[in-house]
Design a binder for this molecule. Structure first.
Ligand SMILES: CC(C)(COP(=O)(O)OP(=O)(O)OC[C@H]1O[C@@H](n2cnc3c(N)ncnc32)[C@H](O)[C@@H]1OP(=O)(O)O)[C@@H](O)C(=O)NCCC(=O)NCCS
Length: 199
């Protein structure tokens, strides 16, 4: 399924051990199958607990907050069926499952800045861009967060739009308390909408 990626840096493949851990120990995986029972897409949630790969550490969560973190970890859809909403459906199911567990408050994820489908789907599912930094070695990633207890509402008069390539501006906005909550697709760049929390 990784075939056909224009930019392979957009997807960070998991190792066999990581997949085994997601499937068996600390995660939940969902698969979508076609009528021939072939796998056409999958997505996973991971519950990192006190492990050092907990994305909450990047967003300054501490103590018991870290134990309430669930990651949306991977999403991969077969090239033949991309653009038909499969990732959205898989992510939606995973998030509903996490909500029903009532054990987790924070849903976190990382997305490459140029990965429009994954970014669009995450923002539609109410995660918001809360960080932008290098992860997994030196790969630049948006850090996305959804707080199930305190849903984010954006102050409509605070909205600023910027291109996904304008890293410095986005990092400055995030540092000033802005959240990325929407994205639009232009032919040469993505336009990300940032806003302040409505209080
Ligand atoms: C990212 C990925 C999982 C998206 O899966 P998908 O099922 O095709 O996504 P969706 O059909 O839900 O598309 C979401 C949005 O992106 C758009 N989209 C999908 N593929 C697109 C493309 N190649 N170019 C532009 N827009 C695209 C869809 O039209 C939709 O937009 P809309 O809501 O404005 O209509 C899939 O492209 C993939 O497997 N990529 C490789 C692995 C990867 O990058 N995984 C994500 C890691 S975080």
């Amino acid at each position: 399924m990784v075939e056909g990626l224009k930019d392979s840096s957009a997807y960070y493949p998991l190792t066999r051990d990581e997949v085994a851990m997601l499937l068996v120990k600390r995660g939940v995986s969902l698969g979508a199958y076609n009528t021939e029972e072939e796998l056409i897409g999958y997505a996973s949630a991971y519950f990192p607990g006190s492990e050092t790969d907990n994305l909450g550490l990047d967003l300054a969560l501490t103590g018991t907050e870290l134990l309430q973190v669930a990651h949306i970890e991977t999403g991969l859809v077969h090239p033949f069926v991309r653009g038909r909403g499969w990732q959205y459906r898989l992510y939606q199911e995973l998030i509903e499952g996490i909500v029903q567990k009532k054990k987790y408050r924070y849903i976190l994820s990382t997305v490459a800045c140029n990965n429009y489908p994954a970014l669009r789907n995450s923002l539609r599912l109410k995660l918001s861009i809360s960080g932008l930094r290098e992860k997994y070695g030196n790969k630049l990633r948006y850090l996305l967060l959804r707080d199930l207890q305190e849903p984010l509402r954006i102050c409509p008069t605070s909205i600023i739009r910027c291109r996904h390539t304008d890293i410095e501006l986005q990092q400055r906005l995030i540092g000033q308390g802005y959240y990325g909550f929407d994205v639009e697709y232009n032919s040469d760049a993505l336009v990300v909408c940032y806003g302040l929390k409505d209080v």
